[in-house]
Design a binder for this molecule. Structure first.
Ligand code: NAP
Length: 257
């Protein structure tokens, strides 16, 4: 049996085992996907016992020096969320980018020129920024607690502590910070779209009277499409995203606004 998994810290919330294991089963693949909750990367060599693994918070940047090879996307983004283990070597990829791109396409948010704000520029935020720059005409701004990290990507930076004063200017806001961080958005442009790439819990607050004028998309689509792309890299077989969506629906764990 081939073994796959997700490395991260405090990741019991993750739905990745659910969707990958259901997907393996539906395709008759003899494989299993585990959660690998680790406090640090000291024993990273043990991961060579896996055929591949995903990487989540807080290791997407920390794992870079441990890779033997990396895709062009990983080099440009500076974060890795997926590894294929071949002959005891780690090949790194970034499929968060594919996940957010498919989400934008699904809701036609890749079209026309929009003013976009990305909140957070950790591993996922950087992948989102890269995707918007590469595949859309959008005018992209970033805000991040650590301003210097945002400034490494662009000069179009909004102060994190002053977010409330600027939030009403954007057509699309994409939240890429961890869900323990409360994000208050007192002003929202009518008909704006908010994507929170988190799917387990949301911490974006907008005034209740504005909710009906705003579209909200959670991180479920991104989760499924990044998982589908990883599956393709691991097995070189076309994935079946319908199975993954059905499994999430069945488990009723999908988060809502
Ligand atoms: N749906 C999906 O498929 C999908 C894919 C990828 C990620 N995600 C989710 O997206 C989230 C971010 O992932 P990541 O890999 O980018 O994590 P990460 O690299 O650890 O980045 C964390 C981000 O959160 C910010 N942050 C953390 N604590 C904060 C605090 N107390 N106050 C203000 N900002 C804070 C960080 O700001 P600093 O730079 O200042 O530290 C950084 O921007 C996670 O919850 C993850 O589960 C979902």
């Amino acid at each position: 049996m081939k073994r796959f998994g997700l490395i991260g810290k405090h990741i019991s919330y993750s739905l990745s085992p659910l969707i990958h294991n259901a997907h393996f089963e539906s395709l008759g693949i003899n494989a299993h996907y585990d959660l690998i909750d680790i406090d640090d990367l000291a024993h990273f060599e043990l991961l060579k016992g896996y055929s591949g693994f995903n990487i989540t918070v807080p290791y997407k940047e920390a794992f870079l020096p441990l890779l033997d090879e990396m895709s062009e996307d990983v080099k440009t983004i500076g974060a890795v969320n997926c590894v294929v283990v071949v002959n005891d070597k780690f090949r790194g990829y970034n499929t968060d980018s594919y996940g957010i791109y498919q989400t934008l396409k699904k809701y036609q948010l890749d079209l026309n020129k929009k003013k976009v704000l990305i909140i957070g520029c950790g591993g996922a935020g950087k992948a989102v920024y890269y995707t918007l720059q590469k595949y859309t005409e959008h005018e992209v701004y970033i805000t991040n607690r650590t301003t210097s990290k945002a400034l490494q990507l662009t000069k179009q930076v909004i102060p994190f502590t002053d977010l409330a004063n600027y939030s009403g200017e954007f057509d699309l806001i994409i939240n890429c910070v961890t869900p323990d961080v409360a994000i208050e958005l007192p002003k929202i442009k009518p008909q704006a779209t908010i994507i929170d790439i988190n799917y387990q819990k949301h911490s974006i607050f907008i005034p209740p009277h504005m909710k009906k004028h705003t579209y909200f998309i959670d991180g479920t689509d991104m989760l499924i499409y990044q998982a589908a792309k990883i599956f393709e890299l691991w097995f070189n077989i076309a994935p079946n995203v319908d199975v993954m969506y059905k499994e999430l629906e069945r488990s009723s764990k999908n988060a809502h606004w």
